[in-house]
Every structure is written in C-alpha cells, then in structure tokens.
Ligand binder design. Structure first.
Ligand code: HEM
Length: 494
C-alpha cells in the first residue's frame, strides 16, 4: 500500500515538474507581481477588480496573467480578444466550463449532441413560424407573473431577474416541448429553476483550489457522483416524465390516425422526426438531458438580458416617450389579438438599439473564458500553454473609443440606430454573444424575445426604479448580475 502511495506521489511530482520545465520554454505572458503567497491576486480580483485590471494592463501590457483562487489565469486585452473567439483549434469554451462545473455528471445521459446544428435546423429557421406563439405565451406569462390587479395601483417588484426566469421559460417551454397544458406549472418551474439550482455548485467560492488547483471541482464531482448533492435530479424526474408522456402520446396518435394526424409543431416533434430517433427504443433520459443542455444555455442568459434592459429603461425615464411612440406606431400592424407580424420586429429600430446598448454595457469586466487546448502563440510572440484558462478583458473592449465611438462607457440608447448593427449582430466591439464559429446560435431567438417583452411592457405599463436613480449592475468580482433593486410597475391608464 505504502509503495503505491510513494510511487503515485513520485509520478505526480515528476509530471508536475516536467510540465513546469516544458512551460518554462514558452514565452508566457507576464505574471503580475503579488505580495501574499497562495492568496495571490484573489482579493483584488474580487473586491477591486475594475481598478486592479486597469492597473495590470497599464503596467504589464495587453496580455498578462494573474494568480486567483490557486490558478494562474491569463487576461487577454482588446487587441487579441478575437484570437480567443476565432481560433477554436486552440481555445475552447466548454473545456473551460467543465474544469469548474460537473456538467457531464449532471447530464450523464446527454450522449453525442450538436446543439448548434439542432438550433439552426429546427429553431432559427422557424423563428417567423414561432413568432405568434412566442408573443402569446410571453404576454400571458407577463400578465400572470407581473400580476397587477386593475385597481391595485403601483406595485414594487424586487429581483426582476428571478421574475424574468419564469416569464422567459414560458415561451421557451412552449416552443421546445409543446403547448400541452397538463403538468405545465411544474414543467415551467423546472425550466426556470434548473439553471440556478445547478449553478449553486458554482456559487461556492473554490477555496479548495488554494490547496491544489482543480480540487474544488473534484470535490463537487464526488458530491454529485455519490448522490450526496445533485441539484438536477428533481428537475430531471419532472422533465423526463413529461417528455415520456408526450412522446408516447404522439407515437400512439400517429399510429392511430396515420396521415390525418396533425403533428404538433415544436422542437420535440422535430427531434422525433430526425433520422437518429428510434421510436422502438426511445431514451427519455437522453431526450430530457438534451433539453436541459439547451435550457442551461437559454433561460438565465435571456432572463438576464430582459431584466437588464427593463432595469436600464426604468432607470432612464427620459427615453420612455420616444420608445413609447415607436411601439405605438409598430403596434398599428397588430391583429385583433394584439399579435404583431414577424416583420414588425425590424421596425422597432430604437428599441433594438436600446437592447443592443443594454447588452453592450452588460458590465462583465472579464468574460468568455476559454481553455487553451494546445499551446498558442499570439502575434506579439507571447505564448499560452495548453490547459491554461484565458479570459477576454471585456472592459478593455468597451472602454475603447476607437471601437465604441465617443463616450464609450456611457449608456446612449440610440447610438446604434441606422448603423447596420442590430442587437443580434456580433462584431469585434460587441461581445455578449461571443464570436467566431461558436458565437451564440440562440441570439436571434433571444433578441426577439427581449424585444417582444419590452414592446409589451412599454405599451401597457409605466415603470420606474423605486430609488428614482439609475440602478447599476450587481458586481461579484469581474461578473455583473442584474440589479435586484425595486422597480415600481403600474398599468397604463388608456
Ligand atoms: C441574451 C441571451 C443570450 C446570451 C447573452 C448568450 C450568450 C452566449 C455566449 C457568450 C456563448 C458562447 C459563445 C462563444 O463561445 O464564443 C453562447 C453559446 C451558446 N448559446 Fe447562447 N446566449 C443567449 C441566449 C441563447 C439562447 C436563447 C439559446 C438557445 C435557444 C442559446 C444557445 C447557445 C448554444 C447552444 C451555445 C453553444 C454554441 C457553441 O458552442 O458552438 N443561447 N451563448
């Protein structure tokens, strides 16, 4: 036994030393000086991140490394940010994510799966067909969750993000798994809570990484694997049951009615009609896990985008009238149920610019973490080794006048009007959806949802911040979250 431990230790130390020696041969980005061993830059990164990063860039240049939570991370400034997004042979988003999150254990039945292909084949090309359903279910969910009785008067809502996850989940669930009402309440809850419940594992500060890099994730993996803590299980039970009911019902109905069967129009049905779907041997767990992967990518991101846009407008009542007039004009095209034609989205030019500005100033100081999957040399000669995690220095991109135009960090809602830069268009000065081959494939869907939501709110409600001031994002280290401050909402008297 002792021999095994000694041999194992020798092996690990040799591996570590040989990696260090190999990495020493690389011309790596400068490591910012730090005073306290082990803690390194963790404190400054958490509590004074904006100033800290600015200072690092000033002293060390466009690409530098810092030592946070027991890891050396490399921060890549605006000049080289596109390398991270366009060189997918060297940088990978999912590998970085899996280093800190046991996604493979939570979704262990996922199997081989190309979400981008599926979205392109079955969602993005059908956005016009789904537009009416998206609006109807978005508006009914808004009415339900922003529940203001006719005579209640103004009502204060705290934590819009939380509310938005419910509202946003309703049309997404409708389009993904159908319009069936049974168990719907439960299913919507699962759509809205799966991500935040799973992400609870990310909320624990990775203090074990101070002992050994990666130990925290290893510990989390043991928790999930042993069944001691698995936040996904209850949601998996609910969604798998729902999907099983739906699939069985559809297969039976199809058999019974043959060609006269009216197929449901949704993502689940599309998946059931793909060549790789075997009706004799259906894996419901795998179908549910595929939905969960998309839920993970779509709900909290879109809910955050909506909550931010809503808070940004509530904070700036001076723009309300102009946006109201545009929505009133656009709404003339609505049918008797208040549903707009798909093309009306293109006419919300000022609203689109507002949403783009809100996403542009989403507030993350660093973002788009990617793992280096093979040693990479930037054009300035600096090299990052395989296994390093790199971050785009987003604040550097957004502070730059040559990239953003005048007053780059001030919220100017109509700066994008008539500039051929709609909110879903990625570019090197606009990073909320990433870039390159892996740019978010759900961005058109998300922007449509945010615009329809805002259109409805601007037309039918008055809203303002409870404080009467501009509410800023909530910062946790370099990450920005929607403000949880109160918003006063009341129905418009027409
Ligand atoms: C405002 C809302 C959203 C934001 C801010 C957002 C942001 C992002 C970002 C930053 C990435 C990584 C891009 C990269 O690696 O360069 C991404 C990837 C992805 N997003 Fe979104 N997203 C949003 C909504 C959605 C929605 C609604 C869906 C699905 C309907 C979706 C599906 C995906 C998928 C499948 C990927 C992985 C793409 C790949 O690896 O090739 N996203 N998203």
């Amino acid at each position: 036994m002792y021999q095994v431990i000694i041999l194992g230790t020798i092996l690990l130390v040799s591996l570590y030393v040989s990696k260090r020696i190999h990495n020493q041969k690389l011309n790596m980005p400068p490591l910012v000086r730090y005073k306290i061993p082990i803690i390194g830059h963790t404190y400054s990164y958490l509590f004074n991140c904006e100033e800290f990063l600015k200072q690092c860039k000033k002293e060390y240049g466009d690409i530098f490394s810092i030592y946070v939570w027991g890891h050396v991370r490399t921060i890549v400034g605006k000049e080289y940010a596109q390398d991270i997004l366009s060189r997918d042979d060297a940088f990978n988003f999912s590998v970085a994510f899996n280093k800190k999150f046991p996604g493979d254990l939570l979704l262990k039945n996922l199997g081989p799966f190309d979400p981008t292909r599926l979205l392109k084949d079955h969602i993005t090309c059908k956005l016009d067909l789904y537009s009416e359903r998206m609006q109807k279910s978005l508006y009914s969910a808004t009415q339900k969750y922003i529940d203001i009785g006719d005579h209640d008067g103004p009502k204060v809502f705290n934590n819009m993000y939380h509310l938005m996850t419910r509202i946003i989940s309703t049309p997404i669930a409708n389009i993904f798994i159908g319009e069936e009402e049974s168990q719907y309440e439960e299913v919507i809850k699962t759509f809205s809570e799966f991500t935040s419940d799973s992400a609870a594992l990310l909320k624990v500060p990775p203090i074990l990484d101070f002992i050994y890099p990666g130990l925290q994730n290893y510990f989390n993996r043991i928790l999930v694997k042993s069944g001691l803590y698995n936040p996904a299980t209850k949601h998996q039970d609910i969604l798998t049951k729902h999907i099983k009911n739906q699939v069985c019902k559809r297969l039976e109905e199809k058999k019974k009615y043959g060609d006269s069967w009216k197929r449901p129009n949704d993502f689940l049905q599309d998946i059931m009609e793909r060549d790789d779907f075997d009706p004799i041997n259906v894996s419901y767990l795998s179908l549910a896990d595929r939905m969960f992967a998309l839920i993970f990518a779509s709900i909290h991101t879109t809910a955050g985008g909506c909550a931010n846009a809503f808070m940004d407008l509530a904070s700036r009542p001076q723009y309300m009238q102009e946006l109201y007039e545009e929505q009133l004009e656009v709404h003339k095209e609505a049918d008797e149920n208040g549903v707009l034609p798909f093309e009306a989205l293109n006419k919300m030019k000022k609203l689109d610019s507002f949403v783009r500005e809100s996403l542009r100033l989403v507030g993350h100081l660093t973002s788009l973490e990617h793992a280096v999957i093979k040693n990479y040399t930037f054009s300035n000669g600096l090299q990052v080794p395989k296994d390093r995690v790199v971050y785009v220095y987003a604040d550097d991109v957004y502070q730059d006048e040559s990239l953003q135009g005048p007053n780059p960090k001030s919220f100017e809602p109509f700066r994008h009007v008539d500039k051929n830069t709609v909110a879903s268009k990625i570019s090197k000065n606009y990073l909320p959806f990433g870039g390159g081959r892996h740019a978010c494939p759900g961005r058109y869907f998300a922007i449509n949802e945010i615009k329809f939501f805002m259109h409805n709110m601007i037309l039918n409600y008055n809203f303002r911040t409870e404080s009467g001031k501009v509410e800023k994002r909530k910062m946790i280290g370099p990450a920005a979250l929607p403000s949880t401050s109160g918003i006063i909402i009341e129905k418009k008297v027409k």
